[in-house]
Design a protein around this ligand. Structure first.
Ligand code: NAP
Ligand code: MG
Length: 484
């Protein structure tokens, strides 16, 4: 049984252990420890105690410890990828990529932490030194969702540590087992610098969010929980960093390579069974190419291989839990009741009674006010909508309360120019959806969140700013009250 990691010790949880489930086989993987509110408080205490020493550790030593996490990720790559596949259901191929990518992220922030501490600015007074000093915040709570338990943990913890903070990590309840295994990545840090505990979001998560000694909450998850966290953070004026839901558009222009756009839409709609925050959830297609696009997208979708992530031929893997699948199926059924048409999918695959599979689904006949075009769908559903041209596509794409990612398929630079300026999204892709870069910021506008992860921006989130005015010559100033 995997245990909690508090103050450098592996300890059993106070609460009754929980079962970790494999979504492809529905079998129990193992039991895991479950933390109590008392233990959440103890983790914050440990992180608070470790902070003064950790912030003073020289930058080179800190960087070396972060590079060591990258080495451990690479040394254990195959094993970690297998564990991710067991508990999240995703393919081994993608999971191997996520482990390597996580290692790159630690290497990147290790160096950023070594190099960046603020700046010197010209002083208004000749004898003053004016410094913009970047300092760590203190204890950071990192609250993680189940769809990318490693990657989304790393995007927070690597910059938080590089900036000199200490952290308490709270993984999602659907993926506790693989997450507790991440302890092995951090064992070389001084006790209390990294703490990791599984437990209920409403109890352990909320304890971290409301704890007066937590200075920042870095959260990825649903918009609803993000809103709740933002309200709760107000009392102590905590720093918040929220990566939330999305309803990402993909626009296909009449000049685009239709085959290529159709392949990209299928990839970006059905990767990880659509359980990606930036999965494509609305495809706006110019009416001139709509019939050809629809035919291609449907043909490609029907050819997708549904199966477990451990099988290298699988393309569409299971959803995380039957409850999540049920929510998606209800959204699809509701859209049909409202007048939509299912071209393929829209059901549990008849040959897959075991495992939480859902067929990749293509919907047409959609009206703007339908729930399926308004609310996030966290599953393999791709609604295709014809539009009169680029203007309508842009207008409809922005007609959403979300603003996480967006993709445009075109070869027309003038359309790209307008789109990149006017699309309301933080992640803006042209001809290649879902690509990320550790050195470039990732995040959302509107109800998709606040702040950015990755890149220089994602590092600065974990730093506070001081302006230091230092009078070097000394002596009294002519504008002071005279001392008589
Ligand atoms: P969720 O229900 O919001 O949960 C996310 C995390 O918050 C979990 O660890 C959860 O713990 C915890 N939590 C729940 N209630 C809490 C509370 N009151 N206080 C503190 N923590 C609390 O989201 P999810 O279902 O795991 O993930 C799916 C959602 O995440 C989707 O909406 C998706 O779009 C979004 N997402 C966004 C991004 C992005 O970068 N923008 C990336 C991936 C996913 P429990 O598991 O114990 O409930
Ligand atoms: Mg989605």
């Amino acid at each position: 049984m995997r245990r909690l990691w508090i103050d450098g010790n592996q300890i059993p949880g106070d609460e009754k252990p929980r079962k970790a489930i494999n979504p492809a086989s529905e079998q129990v993987i193992d039991e895991v420890s479950w933390a109590s509110v008392r233990q959440a408080n103890a983790a914050v205490e440990a992180a608070k105690k470790a902070f003064p020493k950790w912030r003073r550790i020289p930058a080179n030593e800190k960087a070396e410890m972060l590079h060591e996490v990258a080495r451990r990720l690479r040394q254990n790559l195959e094993e970690i990828a297998e564990e991710l596949t067991l508990e999240t259901g995703q393919t081994m191929k993608k999971n191997r990529g996520y482990v390597e990518w996580s290692a790159q992220c630690f290497d990147y922030f290790a160096e950023l932490g070594r190099h960046y501490r603020g700046r010197v600015i010209p002083s208004p007074e000749g004898s003053q030194l004016s410094l913009v000093l970047k300092v760590p915040l203190g204890v950071v709570a990192a609250i993680i969702p189940w769809n990318y338990p490693l990657l989304l943990m790393v995007w927070k913890v690597a910059p938080a540590l590089a900036a000199g903070n200490t952290v308490v990590i709270k993984p999602a309840s659907y993926t506790p087992w693989v997450s507790l295994g991440f302890t092995r990545l951090f064992e070389h840090f001084p006790p209390g610098v990294v703490n990791l505990l599984t437990g209920s979001g409403a109890r352990v998560g909320e304890t971290l969010v409301t704890h007066p000694d937590v200075r920042m909450i870095a959260f990825t998850g649903s918009t609803e929980v993000g809103q709740h966290i933002m309200r709760q953070a107000a009392d102590d004026m905590k720093h918040i960093h929220l990566e939330l839901g999305g309803k990402d558009p993909l626009i296909v222009c009449e000049d685009a390579d239709i085959n290529c756009a159709a392949q990209a839409a299928v990839w970006a709609g059905f990767l990880n069974a659509g359980q990606v925050c930036t999965s494509v959830e609305r495809v706006f297609v110019d009416h001139q190419v709509y019939p050809a696009f629809l035919e291609k997208v449907t043909e490609l979708t029907k050819q997708l291989v549904i199966g477990p992530g451990i099988d290298p031929t699988s393309q569409v893997t299971p959803m995380i839990r039957p409850e999540e699948r049920e929510k998606v199926d209800l959204q699809v059924k509701q859209s049909v009741d409202d007048g939509a048409e299912i071209l393929t999918g829209g059901r549990v695959p008849p040959d897959k009674p075991t495992g939480f599979y859902y067929e990749p689904t293509i919907l047409t006949g959609l009206a703007q006010e339908m729930e399926i075009l308004q609310e996030e769908t966290f599953g393999p559903v791709l609604p295709i909508i014809p539009v009169s041209g680029f203007d309508e596509a842009m207008q409809r794409a922005n007609q959403s309360k979300y603003g996480l990612g967006a993709t445009l398929f075109t070869n027309d630079a003038r359309k790209v120019q307008r789109y990149m300026e006017e699309i309301e999204a933080g992640n803006v892709w042209v001809n290649d959806p879902l690509i990320d870069n550790v050195a470039g910021p990732f995040g959302g506008m509107k109800r998709s969140g606040i702040g950015r992860e990755l890149g220089q921006e994602g590092f600065e989130e974990f730093l506070d700013t001081k302006h230091v005015h230092w009078e070097i010559e000394g002596g009294s100033k002519p504008w002071w009250f005279s001392s008589g």
